[in-house]
Write a protein that binds this ligand. Sequence first.
Ligand code: NAI
Ligand code: MG
Length: 338
Amino acid sequence: MLKQLRILVSGRTWSSSLRHCSGFVSRMRLVNQLKQDDAACAAALQTGSIFLFHRLNPLLQRIPNGTFRPATLHSTEVQAVLQRLGAEGSLLQDSVLIGCSEQNQAQFCLDVGQLDQAAVEEVCDGKFIALRKAFFLLTGAEAPLVAKAQALLRWHQTNGFCSATGQPTQRNQSGSQRVCSSSGIVYYPTMSPVVIVLVSDGKRCLLGRQSSFPKGMYSALAGFCDMGETLEEALCREVAEEAGLQVHSISYSGSQHWPFPHSSFMLGCHAAVRPEHSQLSVDHSELEDARWFSLQEVSAALRLQAPPPRGAPPPLWLPPKHAVAHRLIREWAERQSD
Ligand SMILES: NC(=O)C1=CN([C@@H]2O[C@H](COP(=O)(O)OP(=O)(O)OC[C@H]3O[C@@H](n4cnc5c(N)ncnc54)[C@H](O)[C@@H]3O)[C@@H](O)[C@H]2O)C=CC1
Ligand SMILES: [Mg+2]
């Protein structure tokens, strides 16, 4: 492991200090070092693994048990693909650092949108699949990494110019920042904070749906935080706006990065309303519908394994397992059953 680390950081002396660190600590320190040190990051790219995208769609491979995983190629394999398709080898340098594997191998992502999609798919034995669909197909732990990769690639594709001077911005080797070539202003990737809350009246939970959701799907209420708001203020405002309710007893559950529509930082909470104040007044400009659901209805939806067949009347359908909304709904159902 140390030998590998030394190669990755081109012999920098700090690698010896990692000898006493846990695997997790050494990985975090390696990623932090690679963000700051262009030469070390360029060296790590030569031995790293790469997640490929085509116009922000990740490359997935079907594995023998019928499930999907993101295709991860060694950088030498990506170079061979580029060569075979007649692309510039320097395209590899556009790779963006996304993390570090448990084997201390640096992980990158690269968008090959300028190459012919079908040709890359054939050479790599995979398919580029829209992230919304890929999110339902990926059951392993890689889904958050793929989401992070897409978010970073999108940020680079849309932040090529300084919003103060209009001049081009240049990225560092890892892609952790961009700097305006004229003013020196430094830009970092951004996320929008979103509060998401499962409201309960003690016996039932409140779920809503937007018209853009798949038929039958309901989720916890969510909304973007306004500038200057606390998490609690944003939560109370969103529930008041969308459902006409006043909540109390807010408790934090967990967070997640969510790549849609761009890059949101979801802050998941539970909250309560008094049963005598549970009369809904739904804002239909924001939500197509919002309703109270019983434990029985929610438990049945949690047991569903596959989407409802086309044409069948849709039962209650919940967001995918790795969405924080799913986690909030499951937590509520477990507490009710206790
Ligand atoms: N991971 C999960 O479990 C879930 C994630 N979500 C995500 O939460 C996000 C927010 O939920 P909504 O009910 O749509 O929010 P919302 O209730 O705040 O309404 C969306 C509107 O807010 C405005 N807005 C304010 N700041 C914005 C910003 N930074 N970016 C975009 N729009 C902004 C826009 O006018 C937009 O149409 C959604 O984009 C959705 O993808 C929603 C439910 C479940
Ligand atoms: Mg909303």
